[in-house]
Design a protein around this ligand. Structure first.
Ligand code: FES
Length: 147
């Protein structure tokens, strides 16, 4: 059985994401996803919210990091935020803080810990620039994330 056939049999698609919010895979997706480069790029993928792989996005405050470098958070009942997941300081993955409605850099070392608004704008550094923001559209249980 070929890799694609195996993944298809498991219900894994281009929009499948990682459960652990602090892990980022290096694998590249095919289908309708183009991996964003350091300077940006095209992102266009759809998450099926009925899949267990995407269940983290169902409750408000939930978030996940896709395999193509995008963090998606469910920020209120009808709103999702999608940003590039790599901190603009030194590339550490960011996570979502629902209590404060913001994203934060997970680098625990002193001198890090940048905070970002849900639109990617830096609240506090040392991040030198905003996280790239992507559009989201929810249609039924399908969440499209695109540039
Ligand atoms: S890597 Fe994010 S603040 Fe330093």
């Amino acid at each position: 059985m070929r890799r694609h056939e195996f993944l298809t049999a498991l219900g894994v698609s281009a929009g499948t994401v990682i459960f652990a919010p602090f892990l980022v895979s290096c694998s590249k997706s095919s289908m309708n996803t183009i991996v964003p480069g350091p300077g940006g790029g095209t992102v266009d993928f759809t998450l099926d919210l009925t899949l267990s792989a995407n269940a983290a996005l169902n409750p408000v405050g939930g978030f996940l990091v896709s395999t193509n470098g995008v963090i998606v958070a469910h920020t209120d009942a009808t709103t999702y935020a999608a940003l590039a997941s790599a901190c603009t300081h030194q590339g550490y993955v960011v996570a979502y803080d629902n209590a404060n409605t913001r994203f934060f850099c997970t680098n625990p070392a002193p001198g890090h810990g940048s905070l970002y608004k849900t639109n990617g704008v830096v609240i506090s550094g040392p991040a030198p620039s905003a996280l790239k923001m992507f559009n989201t559209t929810l249609t039924g249980t399908s969440l499209r994330v695109f540039a």
